[in-house]
Design a protein. Structure first.
Length: 416
């Protein structure tokens, strides 16, 4: 029997340090991944290492009660700083709560590559065991493309993790290739080849079954306007670190376009609430203020299903967010930078509306896309949402969904 421990890399938290699990892409991706794994291997058991009770607004078991087989799943609560700081060989690791009763894991799935060395040491020191370690690189921090300040660089810790892990998974091929291009300047060719031999892309961002579940109408707190083109900005809006470029889009572009045309509205997911919805309402003229806080998952699916256009403007992160994949499956038309994974997806669909990497044509392309949406509605004599004119749904499911990509990954991980 295989037993898997998944270390969740949680990143969505409020100003008080409480993790917002229902809006955390890392948590939700691991849940979707686990659902498919449990379906494909009837004997597999999975434990999740998650935040302590006083560190989260929503309890994980409640959030997944209708999604996972709870007879084979357990959530192990840990204060999330504890396991991250244990780096010395001579520390007493047994004080970690989950090791007191759980030592028989065959596999560890680590979503933070920087912690591979920690966990490898932890299991060796505490139990003289070496479970197979799978390291999932959701993004890479490189000198050529830094994601964090130089003083806090993840670069060499990612390299150590890649060397020590049994399998290295990358969220997309673009990120994997960028990683190897960079480490080839640092490591010997022999060592690079060793890392390559145990690495592959694993694009598994979303579940098409889950995103297409029926909307529970009586749980919605709002209705979307029916007479305007709806533009959905699903990702985080940063205050000092705007790596999604959602803030750039909202504060530097849309007000100017709104001066020219008022036939569209903006809906923002704003899951981290670093900038409040009230602040957005004051600063972004076409923004529609729907809720005080974040959308529930049901509300998010409702917004995505009824939006016409989805915005994706990541430039340093090569993957470009899971929310984009979900919205494409629901027939939103994208406005994307013509780079990285965005470009590959648009090339596969032969898609014409593309934003240059310097953002110079953003408003002109968005205006053309709004016109296209309205034109298709007119031709269909309907104000309902457009059809999937560019076949994005089929492209994205085969490329990115749990349902299509998990089996191959499990075979590589020896979980089948």
């Amino acid at each position: 029997m295989k037993k898997l421990l998944i270390q969740c890399q949680l990143s969505n938290y409020d100003d008080d340090g409480n993790y917002i699990l229902n809006c955390d892409s890392g948590f939700n991706m691991n849940v979707g991944r686990a659902k498919e794994m449990l379906k494909l291997n009837k004997d597999l058991k999975i434990d999740f290492l998650v935040s302590d009770y006083n560190q989260t607004k929503h309890q994980p078991a409640y959030l997944v009660r209708d999604i996972l087989d709870m007879n084979r799943v357990k959530f192990i609560r840990q204060h999330l700083t504890n396991h991250a700081i244990k780096t010395r060989y001579d520390f007493h690791y047994n004080e970690l709560e989950f090791l007191l009763n759980e030592s028989n894991y065959t596999h560890l799935y680590l979503n933070d590559p920087c912690l591979v060395g920690n966990y490898k040491t932890l299991f060796y020191k505490s139990y003289n065991k070496s479970p197979k370690i799978i390291s999932h690189n959701h993004f890479v921090d490189l000198p050529e493309n830094p994601k964090v300040p130089l003083e806090t660089s993840y670069y060499f810790r990612q390299i150590e993790g890649a060397i020590k892990a049994d399998i290295n998974l990358f969220q997309c091929e673009s990120a994997m290739n960028e990683f190897f291009d960079s480490i080839s300047k640092t490591l010997s060719p022999t060592l690079v080849d060793i890392i390559k031999s145990k690495s592959e892309p694993y694009d598994d961002g979303y579940s098409y079954e889950e995103i297409n579940k029926p909307i529970i109408e009586n749980e919605l707190r709002f209705k979307l306007p029916a007479d305007k083109v709806i533009i959905f900005v699903p990702n985080r809006i940063g205050r000092t670190f705007d790596y999604t470029n959602c803030g750039k889009f909202l504060f530097e572009f849309v007000n100017d376009l709104y001066k020219e045309r008022q036939d569209f509205v903006i809906v923002a997911g704003n899951p981290s609430q670093k900038i409040s919805n009230e602040e957005l309402a004051k600063s972004v003229k076409p923004y529609v203020y729907l809720v005080k806080d974040t959308f529930s998952r049901n509300e998010y699916r409702y917004v995505a299903r009824n939006s016409d256009i989805v915005i994706g403007l990541y430039d340093k992160d090569l993957y470009g967010a899971t929310a984009l994949r979900e919205c494409l499956d629901l027939s939103c038309l994208p406005l994307l930078l013509d780079i990285n994974e965005y470009k590959k997806i648009m090339d596969a669909a032969d898609y014409p509306f593309r934003v240059k990497s310097d953002f110079s044509n953003l408003n002109s392309q968005l205006s053309s896309l709004i016109h296209f949406v309205k034109e298709q509605r007119y031709e269909n004599d309907s104000m309902t949402k457009h059809k999937d004119y560019f076949n994005f749904k089929d492209i994205i499911r085969k490329r990115c969904s749990f349902e299509y990509t998990t089996q191959r990954a499990m075979q590589r991980m020896d979980l089948l």
